[in-house]
Design a protein around this ligand. Sequence first.
Ligand SMILES: Cc1cc2nc3c(=O)[nH]c(=O)nc-3n(C[C@H](O)[C@H](O)[C@H](O)COP(=O)(O)OP(=O)(O)OC[C@H]3O[C@@H](n4cnc5c(N)ncnc54)[C@H](O)[C@@H]3O)c2cc1C
Length: 398
Amino acid sequence: MTKNLSNLSVLVSGASVAGPAVALDLSRLGARVTVVEKAPELRGGGFAVDFRGHVHRTVLTSMGIWDEIHTRQTHMGRQTVVDADGTPRVDLPADMMSGDVEIFRGELARIMYERTKDDVEYVFGDSIATLAEDPQGVDITFERGAPRRFDLVVGADGLHSHTRRLVFGDESRYLRFFDHYVAGFDVPNHLGLDRTGRVYSEPGRAVVVGNYDGDPDRAGALLVFRSEELRYDRRDVTAQKRILRERFAGLGWEGPTILKALEETDDLYFDAIAQIHVDRLTKGRVALLGDAGYGATMGGMGTGVAIVGAYVLAGELALADGDFRTAFAEYETRIRDFAKGCQKISGNAGPFFAPATERRIRSRDRMYRILASRPLARFFKRMTEKAATDIKLREYPF
Ligand SMILES: Cc1cc2nc3c(=O)[nH]c(=O)nc-3n(C[C@H](O)[C@H](O)[C@H](O)COP(=O)(O)OP(=O)(O)OC[C@H]3O[C@@H](n4cnc5c(N)ncnc54)[C@H](O)[C@@H]3O)c2cc1C
């Protein structure tokens, strides 16, 4: 049942995880794929993301990248919740936090990019400006490049998807805010961490510092805080730093050192902890993939769902011999419930790191002390794995 999609031209918007994944899957089926990414080059860095369970493994093996992911995994060990003076309160075992295998988002993107760059056209520093669909295809104009025509468009441009806004309407209809914000940036490894992490919480705010890859000089910090929804310019890093400075003023533990690193960083990630819930993942010749369609930000599931979504979307197009109506309908039904199940697991990241009161911090610690005991840790692992494996993959002609 070898199918070939060589008649199909596909434009993918976004080159992070979902974009290169679907580019890899489609190109090995023969489709002609162009990926447009607004950043001037492949974005490196970012936080660690993880995979768990047999479904992720099957998909990554089929994509031919399972071994390389293993070679470049972080080997993150335990994370310890600490008091203001650094005294350990509770240890969170590695497999509870990091899945079966964990890798930096930027490394994962790089692996898929390297695998596809000879067969897929990557255009950096550009973005879709307009889309006009007719019965035979989609006319695209770009912010910078010349207009072109494609058979299909895949929006893999993240939580604040530009494609989704152009085709499905304003973000406010789809984004559910989870009362917390998260910021991420590099800090010096002044705690001398070696593939371990520390979590320090005060009511409504928390800091997580982790050394994921054994680099003796570098660690990553996440700041999480509870908040009403804020109005700010997502391109204005100075304003974001100001918000963080205000929200974390007087932070105990290693607060002053971490806030100093915040001032110095030129690579700040700042966003709401939020999820995307759309009514439909496809419209005409356009499909949403990854965070654009079912984003879940923090919480451990978004990357796996994006990879599985890419595999199913490409696989269904192959089974339907390129008939996008049939393929998109199958993609909708197969991915929707799976993605929703994974979103349910990840809804708790904000209150987990930054419980609202001192009492809740204590009861979180008590609960995790119990959960971290061996039999319960296994139970917890099975629960998250259940969501990550709750899909029956079809046989696709890759
Ligand atoms: C703090 C944090 C921790 C996380 N931890 C985990 C974890 O442990 N495990 C896990 O599985 N997941 C985790 N996630 C979620 C995971 O990062 C995402 O689910 C995953 O990266 C989804 O990838 P994506 O390709 O759909 O979107 P994104 O990674 O957001 O990529 C979107 C891409 O589109 C590009 N883009 C945006 N606008 C345009 C445009 N107009 N034109 C062209 N390109 C555009 C962007 O530059 C970017 O490259 C975490 C997320 C956060 C924020």
